[in-house]
Design a protein. Structure first.
Length: 82
């Protein structure tokens, strides 16, 4: 409703009762919301895909290191494990 009220003060929004909508935080929130809605319409995740891949790697790395250490102590190779 506030955005609709802003239309009445076109060209002089800085001196209107809606001047707080021009703050940088509102613009950043609006930009984030628009991006999220855009990706939602495309049926994709709005998260940074590279960041998600890196986070998954960090989560799985301790398990892989533990497996590598266990295999090194048992002197087994990857291809012999079944």
């Amino acid at each position: 409703m506030k955005l609709t009220g802003c239309l009445a003060f076109r060209g002089r929004l800085a001196s209107s009762p809606y001047s707080e909508l021009m703050s940088l935080t509102h613009w950043e929130k609006s930009t984030g919301e628009i991006i999220q809605q855009f990706y939602s319409l495309l049926g994709q995740s709005h998260n940074n895909l590279l960041g998600v891949a890196i986070a998954v790697g960090f989560e799985g790395l301790p398990t892989l290191l533990k497996l590598a250490n266990v295999m090194a102590t048992k002197k087994q190779e990857w291809h012999t494990m079944r």
